[in-house]
Write a protein that binds this ligand. Structure first.
Ligand code: ZN
Ligand code: ZN
Length: 362
C-alpha cells in the first residue's frame, strides 16, 4: 500500500487550499492515509511529517498497521488535545480539517487547546480533501474492490440455487450473510436488502419476516467487505410466472441501467450518466417512479463521491469506482432495481460485477 504517496497527495491538496497542515479524524480517511484501522485516532500531516495519535488499546495494532507513520500512544486524556499540542509545536499557521466530518463541538474543543493568539486562525475548514482523493482509486484499492465485487457475484450465483417461495426475507439475508462470512467477508457493507412481492416497491426494504411469494419479484441488494473495501450490487429475480407488465418494467430498468453503464468514461459528467438512465425510463413514463439518484462511489465506505445524480457536473476520472443502479418502485404493486459496480478506465469502463442481468424466472 502506498501510504507515502497518499500522504504526499493529501499534503499537496491541502496546500492548494491554503493550509500548511491537516488534521484527519474520520476513520476511513485515517485508514486511507496511513493504514491504521482502529476506532480512536487523529492523524496529523504537517511540516513533512505524519503522526498518528491513538490510545493504549491500539499500541500493537498501530505499530503493525501504520507503517511509515510515527505513532504516539496517548494515555490519560483524549487523542485530540495531544494532536493539538503537536500541531502548535510544529509552528504551522493554518491546519486544515474536514468541514464535512467535524462537529461544531469538536472544533470548539480543538480551539480551546491552542494559545489565544492563534485560536481563531489556526484551524481552517476544508472541503473534504481526503474524501476527494479517495474518489480516485489506486491499483491496490482497485484489486481489493475487485476481490470484494467477485465475492459478491459468487454469492449471488449461489443464492439463485437457494431462493424459493415460502422462505422469509430474513432466511435469505441470513443465508447470504453466512455464506459471505464463510467466503472470507469481514462484514457486510450494509444491512442486506431483501425485498419481495409488494415490498419490492421499497427502495431500501431491509429483510423482514415476510415470506417470498409464489409469484413476484425479489430484489437482493448487498455487499461484502474484504480488506476494508466494499462491494455493492443489486439483482432482481422473479419467482414464478411473471405478468407482461412486470416483464416490461424489468426490461425498461435493464435498458436504462445498460444505457447508463455504456456512457461511463473519463470526462463524462455524473449528471450525464444519471440522465442516460433516466431518459430511457422517461420514454415510458416510468421515470416518475425512479426516486433516487443513479449511483455513487464505493471504496472504504459504501457511499462515497462522486454522486451520480441529476445535474451533477463532476467529471468522471480513470480510477473512480461507481455504482449504476436505476430502479422503479410502484407503491402497492412492485419494484425492482439492477446495480453494478463500474470502474472508470482510461479507455471507458469495466463492469466489476458481471453476474447475469438478463431476466431470471425461478
Ligand atoms: Zn446496493
Ligand atoms: Zn449502491
Amino acid at each position: 500500500m502506498n501510504f507515502r504517496a497518499r500522504k504526499a497527495a493529501a499534503t499537496r491538496a491541502v496546500r492548494a487550499l491554503g493550509a500548511d497542515g491537516l488534521l484527519v479524524t474520520h476513520p476511513a480517511d485515517v485508514r486511507y492515509l496511513c493504514g491504521f484501522t482502529g476506532s480512536n485516532a487523529a492523524l496529523v500531516l504537517a511540516g513533512g511529517k505524519s503522526v498518528l495519535f491513538t490510545d493504549g488499546r491500539y499500541t500493537l495494532q498501530a505499530k503493525n498497521e501504520a507503517l511509515g507513520t510515527r505513532v504516539t500512544i496517548v494515555s490519560n486524556r483524549p487523542v485530540l488535545p495531544a494532536a493539538c499540542e503537536w500541531i502548535v509545536q510544529t509552528g504551522i499557521k493554518r491546519c486544515g480539517f474536514d468541514a464535512a466530518v467535524t462537529t461544531v463541538a469538536t472544533l470548539e474543543s480543538l480551539r480551546k487547546e491552542v494559545p489565544a493568539r492563534i485560536r481563531r486562525s489556526l484551524f481552517m475548514a476544508l472541503p473534504s480533501p481526503v474524501a476527494r482523493l479517495r474518489q480516485v482509486k489506486d491499483s491496490d484499492e482497485i484489486s481489493k474492490i475487485r476481490a470484494a465485487a467477485n465475492l459478491g457475484c459468487e454469492l449471488f450465483d449461489d443464492m439463485l440455487e437457494y431462493l424459493r417461495p415460502g422462505l422469509t426475507e430474513i432466511d435469505v439475508a441470513s443465508t447470504l450473510e453466512y455464506r459471505a462470512r464463510q467466503g472470507g467477508a469481514e462484514a457486510m457493507s450494509f444491512d442486506t436488502i431483501v425485498a419481495s412481492g409488494e415490498r419490492s416497491a421499497l427502495p431500501h426494504g431491509h429483510a423482514s419476516m415476510a415470506k417470498l411469494p409464489r409469484r413476484g419479484f425479489v430484489t437482493l441488494d448487498f455487499g461484502v467487505v474484504l480488506d476494508g473495501y466494499m462491494s455493492d450490487m443489486t439483482r432482481t429475480v422473479h419467482l414464478g410466472k411473471a405478468q407482461a407488465s412486470e416483464r416490461d418494467v424489468y426490461d425498461a430498468v435493464l435498458e436504462a441501467q445498460e444505457a447508463a453503464v455504456a456512457i461511463v468514461a473519463p470526462g463524462v459528467t455524473a449528471g450525464e450518466v444519471d440522465e442516460a438512465a433516466r431518459s430511457v425510463l422517461r420514454r415510458t413514463g416510468l421515470d416518475r417512479w425512479f426516486t433516487h439518484s443513479t449511483g455513487h462511489g464505493v471504496g472504504l465506505e459504501i457511499h462515497e463521491g462522486p454522486r451520480l445524480g441529476a445535474k451533477q457536473t463532476q467529471q468522471l476520472e480513470p480510477g473512480m469506482v461507481v455504482t449504476v443502479e436505476p430502479g422503479v418502485y410502484m407503491p402497492g404493486q412492485f419494484g425492482l432495481r439492477i446495480e453494478d459496480m463500474v470502474l472508470v478506465t482510461s479507455g471507458g469502463h469495466e463492469i466489476l460485477t458481471p453476474s447475469v442481468k438478463a431476466w431470471i424466472e425461478l
